[in-house]
Write a protein that binds this ligand. Structure first.
Ligand SMILES: C[S@@+](CC[C@H](N)C(=O)[O-])C[C@H]1O[C@@H](n2cnc3c(N)ncnc32)[C@H](O)[C@@H]1O
Length: 303
């Protein structure tokens, strides 16, 4: 079986777009470049009360699934090292540090502004057992072989140009019997599916699945094969979903989709997207808020 490496050919990108970095003979989409996630680091605190939201069970739902599916209840107070890759604002470490007070959490991301945000939040919340690190998730040179108990990542690996190398690195740094838990969006995850439908409408027959890096691991067979190729054992992949409050924010995933739309149609994108959102199963609740479905495959595996 072949899999989408999460990179696109240069001709798939609208030529008028900003210059793109390359990976081998492929170009990297916006979501694969750190400076665009830096912008999100500035937007996030304006649109979300992060300190409040890390206590909110709808936000901590996915991190908790990673913890519960890997750490035995009897190890709650054990000393352990936990590495979060592509951690963004550090949600896993921020919510985990309260539940596992003797664990040492390392929150890493390739966006230095997101790493600074994670550091700032850990300080403001007086959480002593977190450190943050700027690191490309494909190269874990900062870590010795067999030095980490658990490796986690939510909604990050799917963007990496070299997913196999990243998984092999995760396996290298894990202690014998160490565990990994990785979440990736499902095809029916709200934001990915409406963005994809809008892009399809504007591109018609020239639409290519491979330009959707956010959903590059949305096929569980492909995901499992990649974990096997990296040497992981006892692989289990389960689907989980959660209704989340709908907040519209521009981010690099939006930019990925817009980048493959030709210049003469770019101005139509937002309207087509809004039409797709209206057609979707967006639900208004009694409190007047809209809820969207966030659905993820979570894979767990052992070294
Ligand atoms: C959708 S966000 C998810 C953030 C976080 N895991 C969460 O669930 O809130 C994707 C994250 O992947 C990071 N990322 C993308 N490519 C990366 C790479 N090659 N190495 C490290 N981080 C990367 C981005 O900076 C961004 O923070």
């Amino acid at each position: 079986m072949t899999y989408n490496t999460g990179c696109v050919d240069a001709q798939e990108i609208s030529t008028e777009s900003a210059p793109f970095e390359t990976f081998g003979n492929k170009v990297l989409l916006p979501s694969q470049q750190s400076y665009l996630w830096d912008i999100l680091a500035d937007l996030l605190p304006k649109t979300l009360n992060i300190k409040e939201s890390i206590k909110n069970p709808t936000i901590t739902f996915f991190p908790n699934i990673l913890f519960q599916s890997t750490i035995p209840e009897c190890d709650k107070d054990k000393e352990m090292t936990i590495l979060d890759i592509a951690a963004g604002s550090g949600l896993i470490s921020l919510s985990g540090s309260r539940q596992y007070p003797n664990a040492k959490f390392i929150s890493s991301d390739f966006s230095d502004r997101l790493v600074s945000l994670s550091n700032k939040l850990a300080q403001e919340l007086s959480l002593p057992n977190i450190s943050s690190l700027v690191m490309d998730g494909q190269n874990l040179d900062h870590f010795l072989d067999s030095s980490v108990d658990y490796v986690y990542s939510i909604n990050g690996l799917n963007y990496f140009p070299n997913q196999l190398q990243s998984l092999m690195e995760m396996k290298r740094v894990l202690k014998p019997n160490g565990k990994v838990a990785i979440g990736v969006p499902c095809p029916d995850n709200f934001s990915g599916s409406v963005l994809k439908e809008a892009t399809k409408q504007l591109l018609g027959d020239s639409f290519k699945e491979s330009s959707q890096v956010s959903s590059s691991l949305s096929n569980p067979e492909v995901f499992e094969l990649l974990l096997k190729q990296s040497g992981f054992q006892n692989i289990e992949i389960k689907k989980h979903f959660q209704w989340l409050d709908f907040g519209c924010s521009l981010n690099p995933i939006y930019s990925d989709h817009l980048s493959v739309v030709p210049m003469e149609k770019k101005h139509l994108f937002d309207q087509v997207l809004v039409n797709e959102i209206i057609k979707s199963d967006l639900k208004m609740e009694a409190d007047g808020k809209f809820r969207i479905k966030a659905s993820f495959y979570v894979a767990t595996a052992c070294k």
